[in-house]
Design a protein around this ligand. Sequence first.
Ligand SMILES: C[S@@+](CC[C@H](N)C(=O)[O-])C[C@H]1O[C@@H](n2cnc3c(N)ncnc32)[C@H](O)[C@@H]1O
Ligand code: SF4
Length: 501
Amino acid sequence: MSPLTAHQEPYYLGDNASRPVPFDGVMTVSHYIMPNFATMDWHQVPREKVVENIRSLTDPGGNLNDRIMMYIHVPYCKSFCHYCNFNRYHYPKQDSERLERYTDYLIKEIDWYMRQPYVQAREFTGIYIGGGSPSTLPVTAVERLSAHLRKVVPNFDGIEKSFTGEPRTLRRPGLLDVLKDHGWDRITFGIETLNAKIHRKIGRLDTRDDVDAVFNRMRDLDYKADTCVDMMYDLPGQTLEGFQAELAELLDCYDPAEIDLFTTIYLPYRPLHKLIMDGRVEQPGSPWQLLSMREHLYDTLSAAGYHNTIAETWSKRPERSQYQTAHCARQDIIGVGCAARGNLRDMVSINPEKVDQWQANVDEQGASTETLQSIGPDGVLDRIMVMFPRYKSLDKALLNSYADRVGEAALARVQHVIDGHLAAGVIDEHDDRYTVNKLGVIWHGNLQTDYLRHTLNTKGEVLMNHLTESRADFDNEDRFEVTPETVYIKEHDAEYPRLMK
Ligand SMILES: C[S@@+](CC[C@H](N)C(=O)[O-])C[C@H]1O[C@@H](n2cnc3c(N)ncnc32)[C@H](O)[C@@H]1O
Ligand code: SF4
């Protein structure tokens, strides 16, 4: 890897800062979901309306996107990491029958969707099996699910296919062999940190040996799938120098095809935050350090030949993955499995969180969703705008296509935010589009929040305040302490969703 000497881009922080800090506080969250993470008012839609919306998929038209992909959720994990807020359950070790049954129901729900004229009329672009840790499924179940998908999904061999694992279970004998046989071409898994001490503190029980075993097995099999690894930064006890060394080591030892780099999200009163509040795990570094880490990773990965395909993803391939494209509101998504999220036409949904309820619904109505609801053109425009800072590009033609569909106030609000971001120097204007520049990538959570803010209810506002490090506090010694926000969130804990994604 070549050392960083000259910076082609302006430097924002450090000794030779060349641009101002553009916001009064730094958001530590990426907004994955619109609008449910914001408003959290999911269950207000009447049952009859949901049934009618499900039935509407017999109509092939009314689409906003031509393309569609499938997200399949497997909620099981071998153990729970302290920081994680995804939908997951313990891996039923003695009960592989339960996992086989879970797979039966996945197949059932997939088949229901694949029979719908709306789905059949779209171009299929990809499948993503995420979690949780789908690598906990028995190898026989992965084989069965893959063979079934190959049968029912059009052009299975030609589309992008991602499978998520966790290193301890991904290395199990036979699993990577089956994934290779069925042509899964993106294998994604978490490493999170290469610092063994921090790794233990955040509750990861996999080892470096597990990570090595996954890479080695892929090499032995001559399995050419892209390796996509998740890393986290701004972790407890992590220093800038430590993070720089980890990143260098990651590139040196593993040379992954794609790297997701997530700022650690400390959701209040979830285990990692509690451990910090109890003094059992140290506080993370200051927001200044967090910003320096962002700038460092941007420079290092650019210099190492990676493309910043979406705000938190760095890939050796110049183009975005289909999964990311869909995630950024540019394709429809079929959500299969408990807690999976769907976007169809202008409708959004989340499947039931609990496995039993999900299975009962699949038996009863084919698609498990109880929340499929229209968010209307204003809601769709909101989704597009909230995802623009991650997608990093917004065609003016796409924006203009909403001019006749949404009210003047909605359009004016969007334009006002765009103008503010242009003035702050975080986005650039071109003839046909707006793009997010390096400063905008570093602050992309703030950009997203500006588009999201008007949809927040009180619970959302309080959470956003908790997830914002205010400028006045940047020099505080401790990042986390009891605040009015943490007290409120503790009191309303049951009303906050368990999901981030
Ligand atoms: C579904 S897991 C990845 C696959 C697999 N379960 C594993 O852990 O190896 C999703 C990823 O989201 C990220 N993530 C989870 N909770 C997070 C949090 N609180 N803050 C930042 N990133 C988080 C982690 O990088 C994690 O690997
Ligand atoms: S980070 Fe991965 S392995 Fe850990 S609890 Fe979350 S989904 Fe499971």
